[in-house]
Design a protein around this ligand. Structure first.
Ligand SMILES: *Cc1c(COP(=O)(O)O)cnc(C)c1O
Length: 397
């Protein structure tokens, strides 16, 4: 880059160093200067690798993307997006048109559900919500207009396990694209591309970045042309990630596998502990033989049952309030995958727009909680739950 030595407006070249930094440098520059119009032509034509404008791509996002491509076995470089919902939106809006039909799992992430029920219909795209563990119901919902099926491998918050192998076969047979939101399971437990899915979606905000200080997403498609379409749609609609968020996400991902293994080991202990407590009506954990998706989780997730545990307390909303008040040291917060254990309450957050009857049909009562297990020492974590549940049972009477 040409630069007059000593300019106060633009930096001089960085100090020379024969050695290299061990940590990825943060590159906040929005614009990249080229030498000549010919050079810029070559960049836009892809003959010369070079960044131009950060909405179109920047090094920190590419570093994160390449890491996820490796973890997911993505056939082409995926797109890092400004949030997980941007990745969901890119698939649902960028690959469809008016007149199409989209099928979603009936327990998708709250905002994904909202997009299926509010935004797609407004744009002339009809939608159906179907239990992804019920292949026959999925088959029955497919029409000649169906373009995409969007499911979560393990879904929020009752930890239903999708029949991914069945859905892959159904999608191939009918020419529908199968998109899998792999946020809960992560590539540590499950790789949708290897199983035959067409599109993989992530919210990196959760386990992958892992520290609740970054909003970021990722989407990749098996087919090269679709993958390009997703990238162009994200750039055009401005779903691009910030360099700083990308940089933080990369740092978080360095410890992702360690964090995941530790959290899921503790989740198994906590699930059994909760099941032994008076006042707990039910525990939902795919690693427990009493979970309806246990057998499928076992074969699909190769012995990983992940870090999410849901349970139902006796005593309705009053007990739920007493429980969160007494659960000292745990954040009552609508997220998951943080280093600290977080608890969330579907009826007052993710599923608040549903009627009590609709929630009940999905198995969510006022006493229903979802726990995202973090990195606490397992015995102390169980002790916090013991005393908070006891307080809730005392408080409700
Ligand atoms: C959080 C989440 C999303 C949305 O991700 P954001 O980064 O919050 O936009 C999508 N799907 C699942 C399963 C999630 O948990």
């Amino acid at each position: 880059m040409k630069n007059e030595k000593g300019s106060l407006i633009r930096p001089d070249a960085l100090p020379a160093s024969a050695s290299r930094p061990v940590v990825t440098p943060l590159s906040p520059s929005v614009v990249y200067a080229s030498d000549t119009p010919d050079m810029l032509d070559q960049q836009y034509e892809g003959k010369l690798q070079g960044y131009t404008y950060a909405r179109e791509g920047q090094p920190n996002a590419d570093v994160v993307g390449a890491r996820l491509d490796r973890l997911e076995g993505a056939p082409h470089p995926g797109v890092v997006t400004s949030s997980g919902m941007a990745a969901v939106s890119a698939v649902l809006l960028g690959l469809t048109q008016a007149g199409d039909h989209v099928i979603g799992g009936n327990q998708l992430y709250g905002r994904s559900l909202r997009m299926m029920t509010e935004d797609l219909p407004r744009l002339g795209i009809s939608t159906s919500l179907v239990d992804p563990s019920n292949l026959e119901a999925m088959r029955a919902a497919i029409t000649p207009q169906t373009r995409v099926i969007l499911v979560e491998t393990v879904s929020n918050p009752t930890l239903q396990v999708a029949d991914i192998h069945g859905l892959v076969a159904l999608a191939r047979e009918t020419g529908v694209l199968l998109a899998v939101d792999n946020t809960f399971t992560t590539p540590r437990a499950f790789q949708p591309f290897a199983a035959g899915a067409d599109i993989v979606i992530h919210s990196l905000t959760k386990l992958l970045a892992g520290h609740s200080d970054v909003l970021l997403g990722y989407v990749a498609a098996r087919d090269a042309a679709l993958n390009d379409r997703l990238r162009v749609f994200c750039v055009t609609t401005g779903m691009s990630p910030s360099p700083f968020d990308s940089w933080l996400a990369e740092r978080g991902m360095l410890t992702f596998e360690l964090r995941f293994d530790r959290a899921q080991a503790t989740a198994a202990i906590l699930a059994d502990h909760l099941a032994s407590q008076a006042g707990v009506r039910a525990v939902l954990y795919p690693g427990r033989p009493d979970h309806p998706g246990h057998e499928r989780a076992r074969s699909l997730l190769a012995g990983n049952f992940c870090n999410m545990v849901s349970f139902e307390l006796d005593g309705g909303r009053a007990a739920a309030n007493a429980f969160t008040r007494a659960a000292e040291g745990l954040s009552f917060a609508p997220t998951l995958g943080d280093v600290g254990t977080t608890i969330s309450h579907a009826a007052s957050s993710s599923h608040r727009t549903l009627s009590p009857e609709q929630r009940a049909a999905l198995g969510m009562t006022e006493g229903f909680f979802r726990v995202s297990v973090g990195l606490e020492e397992p015995n102390s974590l169980c002790a916090i739950f013991t005393q908070a549940i006891r307080a809730a049972m005392e408080g409700k009477t």
